[in-house]
Design a protein around this ligand. Structure first.
Ligand code: ATP
Ligand code: MG
Length: 261
């Protein structure tokens, strides 16, 4: 009887979970890949590999009837420029990146790579920008596919980069490039490094970092390695970096001694 009750309750809980997932799949609205534009265009990259951005009177909100989280923002970012954004929590830093990725509703004029953002489909735009959020995302699958989704790099190039970020032992433990990526066996900092390695293998002209090198998630060594890579491998690309207030001075100083500002 005890066993019957135990299994019955477990089954009830499991069925409720399935029902919730089914409900989520059926009722959650999904954006269509080309909701805001046609497909087939790529953002323009200048001869050196950087991407220009122009925002003119851009306002943004998360829902059509909601209030603006960014209001009347105008700025020009030249190709290859390195921009650091800071501000208090909730001031709209991540929302700014969401604007560039067309994740939220915007009014005003946004040009990415000299072309209006409306000329790109959402998915192709996101595919053509390099984004490193605070919690990098990797999908279930083999390591090679995660690091080089377009299969545009040779095994040698990927191996060289893995050695450079110092993750050869962890990758070997997963079974090499063709092994499954076991996310749980990597630390937060190591995942950031992998994410940056993915960006180096797939240059896009624009790198967006959302508190990616925040000290909360990476140690000093990882942090230094990341800044070295950003400076060397993304030297000609446009970089927009969101950073904590107390971290700005360090980044500015770092980029300044490297001659990047
Ligand atoms: N998914 C969302 N839906 C509705 N409102 C949101 C959503 N995400 C953020 N906001 C609102 O947008 C505003 C800006 O938030 P945002 O996440 O851009 O701030 P932030 O500057 O990145 O903060 P933090 O430093 O804590 O990461 C906040 O008022 C927040 O409540
Ligand atoms: Mg944020």
């Amino acid at each position: 009887m005890k066993s019957l009750v135990k299994h019955w309750t477990t089954m009830e809980t499991s069925i409720a979970a399935i029902s919730q997932i089914q409900d989520f799949v059926e009722t959650t609205p999904q954006e269509s890949p080309s909701r805001n534009g046609s497909t087939g265009f790529k953002p323009e990259i200048d001869a050196n590999g950087g991407m220009a951005l122009t925002l003119t009177h851009v306002s943004a909100k998360y829902s059509v009837n909601g209030s603006n989280v960014l209001s009347d923002l105008s700025l020009n970012i030249a190709p290859g420029e390195k921009v650091v954004i800071c501000g208090r929590s909730g001031s709209g830093k991540s929302s700014f990146l969401n604007v560039l990725l067309k994740m939220i509703h915007i009014t005003g004029d946004l040009h990415i790579g000299h072309q209006p953002s409306s000329s790109f489909g959402n998915q192709e735009l996101r595919h053509n920008l390099n984004t490193i959020p605070q919690d990098p995302y990797f999908f279930p699958g083999i390591i090679r596919k995660n690091l080089d989704p377009d299969s545009s790099s040779s095994d040698e190039a990927i191996d060289a980069l893995i050695n450079r970020v110092g993750l050869e032992n962890e990758i070997a433990k997963c079974g090499g490039l063709e092994g499954e990526l076991a996310i749980e066996s990597f630390s937060a900092g190591q995942l950031q490094l992998l994410s940056l390695a993915r960006g180096v293998l797939n240059p896009r002209g624009l790198l967006l970092l959302d508190e990616a090198t925040s000290r909360n998630s990476v140690d000093y060594e990882t942090d230094k390695k990341m800044h070295d890579m950003i400076f060397e491998d993304f030297a000609d690309q446009t970089v927009i970096c969101i950073a904590e207030m107390n971290y700005i001075a360090l980044i500015v100083w770092w980029w300044w001694i490297k001659g990047g500002l």
